[in-house]
Design a protein around this ligand. Structure first.
Ligand code: NAP
Length: 383
């Protein structure tokens, strides 16, 4: 007697798996966020659809430093099984330029029959050429599967390609009454342990982390990633220090030979201070100042973009955070609010601006809201 057919056994067409397999490719790509600059962190799967079920025969994600690319890794893992299979990839495969990578060609040579691509690449060298190349070679291409999530995952690369600067992710820890420091600009312990672990995860997925000189003076932060087993994922530490007043005894300077430290100063900043900071392992970058005497933020960000920084995490403080908002340079915000208040005399989270300048900004839309331990985390992104 044959068993009765189960509805769950009904074979699905290959396309019905596209969203789920692209979600898996996006997860793979996120593994190396913050480690692949100047390249995006892409994920790829090679899948054979047999009997209505997907069989993953190759997986890959962009390697540390940006190469090999995700598709190359996935194709290598799949070997001959790639012939006739489907490629799921979170960004358009690149096409040859000079003697550079030949990914679209490698996909064709491997005999991939269908490519599902989340989004095209705004890199001027690409802009649809990879997809056109695949189609010319007879590969069936489906474009746009998982595009909303891919835009978020690749936001750093997209921002750098379109605006020449990194995606600016502002992280703020605020008290229940909207404050972020104690009177006298003394540091306050605001967020809970679970939130602090999330903050370290944000560092791990950023290419660089930025603070103003006021935060260095008040908090003496290390700005490294201290999650167990993830210390090698510390980002480049950047200080906006117009007059190069960062003391040599700060933790940032004392660790500058192990983890890169870049100090962004005005053109007229003290040359002896520069020599001392350089001798200690820091790198000093001079940028033009605006009429108010402060380093030109847009110019500083363009410089970081030129150095290949795609994801810049900003960890305060209130003066720098407000200046970035006022210059419309905040692309994402992660706000962690504790249930405890700091009191009337404490320092507002944004100098001269209400917190609503972020939370109710017409430019930013909330995409996530959840509890992290005792704190509430809200994530907003440029709409
Ligand atoms: N809760 C949180 O999330 C958090 C995070 C960080 C800090 N904090 C707290 O915030 C307080 C310190 O913050 P803060 O507001 O005094 O300092 P800040 O925002 O970290 O640094 C401000 C300084 O950055 C320098 N800077 C250079 N270019 C700038 C530009 N274009 N725009 C603005 N600033 C520029 C300026 O000094 P120069 O003129 O010398 O260049 C400016 O005075 C402390 O209480 C600290 O504990 C809280």
């Amino acid at each position: 007697m044959t068993a009765p057919a189960r509805v769950a056994d009904a074979p699905l067409p290959a396309e019905a798996w596209d969203e789920r397999l692209m979600a898996a490719a996006l997860s793979l790509g996120r593994r190396n966020l913050g480690r692949t600059r100047p390249n995006p962190s892409v994920g790829a799967l090679i899948v054979r659809h047999e009997g209505g079920r997907p069989i993953v025969v190759g997986r890959g994600f962009t390697a540390v430093g940006g190469r090999p690319h995700a598709e190359a890794e996935a194709l290598r893992a799949a070997g001959e099984a790639a012939r006739g299979a489907t490629l799921y990839v979170t960004l358009e495969p690149c096409v040859p330029h000079g003697r550079g990578a030949r990914r679209a060609d490698a996909v064709i040579e491997a005999g991939i029959a269908r490519a599902v691509v989340a989004m095209d690449d705004p890199n001027p060298r690409m802009k649809g050429r990879g997809i056109a190349r695949l189609r010319e070679a007879g590969v069936a291409v489906t474009l746009g599967v998982g595009i909303a999530a891919a835009r978020i995952a690749h936001a750093g690369h997209l921002r750098r390609m379109t605006d020449g600067r990194p995606q600016v992710i502002l992280k703020l820890a605020v008290s229940a009454d909207g404050k972020s420091g104690l009177p006298g600009r003394r540091p306050a312990e605001i967020s809970c342990e679970a939130s602090r672990a999330e903050a370290h995860m944000l560092r791990a997925t950023a290419d660089a982390v930025l603070v103003g000189s006021g935060t260095v003076a008040a908090d003496d932060p290390r700005l490294n990633c201290r999650l167990p087993g993830m210390r090698d994922r510390s980002p480049v530490r950047v200080v906006l220090d117009g007059r190069l007043r960062t003391p040599l005894e700060t933790k940032l300077v004392r660790t500058a030979k192990e983890i890169p430290l870049w100090l962004i100063a005005r053109q007229d900043a003290d040359e002896e201070a520069e020599a001392r900071l350089k001798a200690a392992g820091g790198e000093v970058i001079r940028v033009a100042a605006k009429a108010d005497g402060k380093v030109d933020l847009a110019a500083a960000l363009r410089y970081l973009g030129a150095r290949g920084i795609t994801r810049l995490l900003v960890e305060g403080g209130p003066i720098l955070s407000a200046a970035l908002i006022q210059s419309d340079l905040v692309d994402e915000a992660v706000i962690v609010q504790s249930p405890n208040s700091l009191g009337r005399d404490a320092i507002p989270a944004l100098e001269g601006l209400p917190l609503e300048a972020l939370t109710a900004s017409p430019k930013l839309k909330p995409i996530e809201r959840r509890m992290v331990g005792a704190d509430e985390l809200v994530r907003l992104i440029r709409s």
